[in-house]
Design a protein around this ligand. Sequence first.
Ligand SMILES: *Cc1c(COP(=O)(O)O)cnc(C)c1O
Length: 378
Amino acid sequence: MIKKTRIMTPGPTPVPVDVLLEGAKETIAHRTPEFKKMLKTASENLKKVFRTDGHVFILSSSGTGALEAAVANTVSPGDKVITIVGGKFGERWAELGQAYGANMVKIEVEWGDLAEPAQVEKVLRENPDTKVVFSTLSETSTGVVYDIKGIAEVVKKTDAILVVDAVSGLIAEPLEMSEWGVDIAVAGSQKAFMMPPGLAFVAVQTEKAWKRIEETSSPRYYFDLRAYKKKHPDTPYTGAVNLVYQLNKALEMIEEEGMENIWKRHALFAEAMRNGVKEIGLELLPKKPGNVLTAVKIPEGVDGAEFLKVAREKYGMYFSGGQGKLTGKIFRASNLGYVDRLDMISAMAVIEMVLSDLGKKVPIGAGVKVVEETLLKG
Ligand SMILES: *Cc1c(COP(=O)(O)O)cnc(C)c1O
């Protein structure tokens, strides 16, 4: 049987052919006027997606490299930092903080739940010597989106800076760095950017953040943001030339669709998926789900690993499972990046068929019907 590959994972996400083809162009030397011009264009367009009037730096690494850069440049050993931990990626902030010797205060929330700005405010009041608050915009392991606007409001009133992991959230969900006063935000190429993995981005919005970066005593070299600032928009070390071609193409496509339209599309698609899975009796993990992906509890009597395997091997569709303590308990269907209406309908169809293959009685076509009805409203 013919089987096409469809990735509905929250990174890597599908890459449009036009972006793929850019990567096949001839590699040029990086210290040339041509490449410098490309980096200048990239940095201008990156500012538009981060909604910042500060600097956006391009790193050659996966998203975690940008997370590490953010920690290495803002945390000195013994510094008090607050991390919001409500999933795998909040945990990553905490692990990085630990690696850099931070004096950590964790705001632990149940995986699938939110940390409200009021909670952050309370912990900040109890810890007035806090230097940095680390949060996630879209907690990819649970599908929850945090209220970064609200959190920024409370952090802004203190001496601390706010650093946001927007790796899966940027472009998919609103993030207004300059308007909300987010000090630093990071992202990666293989999510809503519609690019292959390999690039990461660090956006620095405020003077307060730069002051912190200057003061920090942690050792850093490749990820020293001062070196990136000095060379900006050039990169201090060899830029990932072909990935930058792809970045410029992807940013052009993003500009053409428009950020507001992209946010609306993600909201509509995620709503369609939520309505569809609920219609066939499945339960969502988050109480307040975001619009990047849908995290769904694996129903009684179904093996989570088997669900993913049948989807992949029989239908060519890649969903993600649960991470960490959610392994085997949920599956995640992403609508992140280059995903269209028919992808959403096929994803819902595959969910129904796989559950049926695994002997779970579901009303075949009922979820698909609701997905279509939701999409027709958009
Ligand atoms: C994907 C992702 C990352 C980065 O992961 P890498 O594998 O290093 O690219 C970080 N944070 C969040 C929220 C993510 O979704």
